[in-house]
Design a protein around this ligand. Sequence first.
Ligand SMILES: NC(=O)c1ccc[n+]([C@@H]2O[C@H](COP(=O)([O-])OP(=O)(O)OC[C@H]3O[C@@H](n4cnc5c(N)ncnc54)[C@H](OP(=O)(O)O)[C@@H]3O)[C@@H](O)[C@H]2O)c1
Length: 329
Amino acid sequence: MKKRQLGKNGMQASAVAFGAWAIGGWKWGGADADASVGAVHASLDAGVDFIDTAAVYGFGLSEEIVGKAIQGRARQSIILATKCGLRWDIETPVLHAESEGRRIFRTLDEQSIRWEVQQSLGRLGTDYIDLYQTHWPDPETELAEVVGTLDALMAEGVIRAWGLCNESPERLTQAAALGSLSTDQERYSMLDREQDQANLPVCAQHDLGFLCYSPIAQGLLSGKIDSKRQFNEGDLRADNPRFAPAVLDAVQAVLAPVESLARDRRVTTEQLVLAWTLMQPGVSHVLVGTRDTQQAAVNAAAGAIELNTEELTLISQAANAWPGFESFA
Ligand SMILES: NC(=O)c1ccc[n+]([C@@H]2O[C@H](COP(=O)([O-])OP(=O)(O)OC[C@H]3O[C@@H](n4cnc5c(N)ncnc54)[C@H](OP(=O)(O)O)[C@@H]3O)[C@@H](O)[C@H]2O)c1
């Protein structure tokens, strides 16, 4: 497993991280708690030492499952990342989403962040968080206040480093100038490359870690999802235009040369996709949603794959052939 630095902060974490959204069940059609704990254990055993969760994933459940799974493991051997800023227990002026009868609001004011970090510590069963991230920007709170709160939590030893998610290049630049920002987390994959011209150059310039979320496009880039796949009720993919039959066919066409290379190399398509993603300029880590022990083993092993120039070019050509989700609208 390759290790990469979490930005200029200097902490090292496995290039492939365990993405813990799906194990919270919410938006993923539910999850089996034992299988989820098994998936975390199998990932750790396979060399993944970096786990990314969030308070809102399963409304606390994902953090609880991660907390349960890491009990008995050496705490200092794990890089634990979680997120704040989405509240389902209070109302604020900024409604983020309505889901499953709950209303989720954004806020990053100091009092709220300080309350949230204590809740997360309790659910995770730990006394510090390695990387604390804002989940979404809060237009009601000045960025300087957010940076001040996170820098203070770092100075107090509650968190070791902090990062942002879902930000513009302008705000990322501003935050990097204001305080000790370490990472940015954004959607990025072979099918979602807007960040090539947006935040990736900013991260390179300011020596920030860039964490890719949804790096296999929520399963599309495994090559295993076709129009026969039935999603559970409550799975965000069930009525998502990104999973429409015409899109699935187009993804299969783009992946054909990658699948052929995977057969030749005796690896899987998603492993090549992840290895390619990790080689893109400025990318430091991939956060892969992992639901069971089999996926855990496959995803972790991607962190050891080296691509030669010819292989890298072949996969880049496949990525460049993708017409974009918007062309199916
Ligand atoms: N900051 C943010 O706003 C934000 C947003 C989204 C995600 N994230 C983070 O990024 C992580 C990953 O993103 P994501 O979960 O949206 O998408 P993803 O990692 O691209 O896809 C995950 C899904 O793909 C399927 N899968 C995983 N490994 C597989 C394998 N080896 N073979 C076949 N299928 C496989 C699983 O679903 P099935 O088995 O059900 O098909 C899994 O739930 C999240 O867990 C979270 O930590 C952050």
